[in-house]
Every structure is written in structure tokens, then in C-alpha cells.
Design a protein around this ligand. Sequence first.
Ligand SMILES: Cc1ncc(COP(=O)(O)O)c(C=O)c1O
Length: 379
Amino acid sequence: MNTVHMDTVLRDPNTVTPALVLDFNKIHRTYDQFIDLFPGGQVYYAVKANANLDVLRLVVEKGGGLEIASLAELERSLAVGATGDKIICSNPIKNPVFLERMSHAGVYAMVVDSTYEVEKVAQYAPGMRVYVRLAVDNKGSVLPLAGKFGVSGREALEIFELARERGLEPIGLSFHVGSQCLNVQNWVNAIRACGEIWQEAETRGFQFHFLDIGGGFPAGSYHDENIPTLDAISAVTMEAVRQYIPQDKLMLVLEPGRGLVGEAGKLVVTVVGKAVRNGDEWLYLDAGVFNGLMETYEGFPPVALLLNDDQRPMRLYTMAGPSCDSCDVIARGYELPETHIGDRLLFLDAGAYTNEYAVAFNGFPIPAVVNLNLQPEVA
Ligand SMILES: Cc1ncc(COP(=O)(O)O)c(C=O)c1O
């Protein structure tokens, strides 16, 4: 099977925009990189990043696991052939129907980070293996996840005690350093904290084997030197795991979402309108914060290129989506070559959290998905 180059599809005038073009060769390579760089680690792909069935199938066929947050994600995972023992749930809040279905499907383990959740899991998924999510430093991540979830070390120990009393099986710890984490020290600090709790738990008679170092692996190091590479993250992280966590029968789990699929996706859009307002030049695109570029609203700086080879002077633009809502602005003061109505722009690193967040507000369609190179390249 010949590799289809993404550029060919992006430049093809027949490609309807907005389109999210995903290169599966890239996902294969990134998966293999995770396995090589984190020896002994297991990838449990965070389905929320991109629940495209072909992505889930790729992970399952490569022997990976899936991390799910909802009943719909469980059903998609089972539909592509994942078995319960290769599924975990790291969403701290789960409803009874979801808990019952996970129990029935034989899901390997799930997170708890409150005593209320322990009671609920004990009722609807009796005997379940559980791990506790620790609150850790999210400083230096573009999208911090701290605050909403996670507990202190003291609370973690209380939760383990209660879980044991209720007949659950506490197996270890998890954390999330924040999405698009640019600060590798967050992983080191978090693993050290896990090691301390692990040790204390062992003195209380718990036997742990599970450490889930979460997602947070950033996309974009290939074009921005301020973004740490997977090599840099793995070097410090694996060193911390060896230093702080007992290695005996350790199940080391990685939950990349963006880190696995982000760089594999490019979003191609068309400029559908222009205006000058208060001296600013505006470009209106056929995708905006509602139908594909939601992460720009969360503070992610977009990385956009003009898909045109002409030499044109550089200009500053405000880029906005097509909807009638004034919050539908993607970037201000963004430098691009002079851009005309009908030109196409490319947004890089769009493989995660693009279509998952998108809705057709005002009737503007969410990006069409183009899956390229579903069969892996033969080396
Ligand atoms: C529990 C959990 N695991 C993994 C992820 C994936 O994170 P990322 O896409 O930053 O790798 C998330 C994202 O919100 C999450 O909440």
C-alpha cells in the first residue's frame, strides 16, 4: 500500500473544508516511540482526545489499552475489540449505569478521588480494583487540570483505607500534570510524591503495583523548541520512576491523548470573508471556536500556515470563526502572508480535541475527517 502524503490531500481543491486530516503512519510511529522511550510502560490511550474508531482500533491492534471516561467511550472501545482487561477509567466521577457496565465488561481498574466515589464504586462495581488520583503541580502546562480533581497524600491514604473496608482492591496511584505540559519537572515531582504515599501505604499493609503517570505529553516540539520532546520527558520520568517507585511487578501506565494523536492531525480551513474593523484586518474562516478550534478559546496558541506557495508580504490578522457569536475569535495580531478570500489555511497539531469538542453551532459543520494511511507503512 502506497503512502499518501498529507500535503497532496491538503492541497487538493476537492478536499472539502473544514477537514481534519489524520495521518495514521504518524500515529503508528508515535505509539512505537512511547513504547521505546518508556521501557516497561504500557500505553492506555485517552479516548477523549480523539475517539475516531480507526484510532482506537490501531491502539488495540498494537496491543495497547484504552482509558475511558464515559459509557459511550466504553462502548466504542468494546466495538473495536478492546477487552475489559485492557481498559481503565481515570474519570473520578462515574454514574451508576457506567459503573455497572464497566464491572460487567471486566474493566481492569478505575480511579477514585473522594470517599463518596468509593461508596458508589463499592455499590455498583463491587470488588473493583481502584487507584487514587493525586493532586499534583500543573504549573507550566497550557491547560492546567488541577483543582477539579485529585487529593492530597493524607486524603489518598484515607481513601485507600475506606476502599479496603468496602471490599475494593486498592492497587496504586495516578496523576495528571496538565494538558500540553511544558514543564518536565511536574512529572518528577508527581512521581516523587507518589513514591512517598506508596511507601506509607505499604507500611499499612497495602500491596501496590500500579502507577499511572497520566497524559500531558505535548504536541509540537518539531516546530517549537520551547516544547519538550518525548525523549526529554521520558529521560527524567523514567529516572524518577526508578528512583522513587518499587519496581517489583510494577505496571507503569501512560495515558497519552494529545501526545499520541495531536501531531498526526492537520485542520484545513477556507477563508470565507474579510473585513477591516477599527484598523484591524479580520479573516473569517469556515472553522472557529465552536466547530473545530475550541482549544484556542482555552488559551492554546494556534499554529496556522497559509497553504499557498506565492511570495506575499506578511500581515497581522485577527482570525475568527464563521458563527454569529462575538466570542468566536481564534487569534488576534496573528502574522500570516497576505491572505485572500478563498485561500486555505492549515492548523498544525490538530489531531486531538478538535472534532471531540466541535459542535455545528449556527449550522456550520464540524470538520470532515479524512483518515490517511490506515495500513501501516512497510519498513
Ligand atoms: C484522566 C485523564 N487522562 C489522560 C488525559 C489525556 O491528556 P492529554 O491529552 O493531555 O495527554 C486526560 C485529559 O484531560 C485526562 O483527564
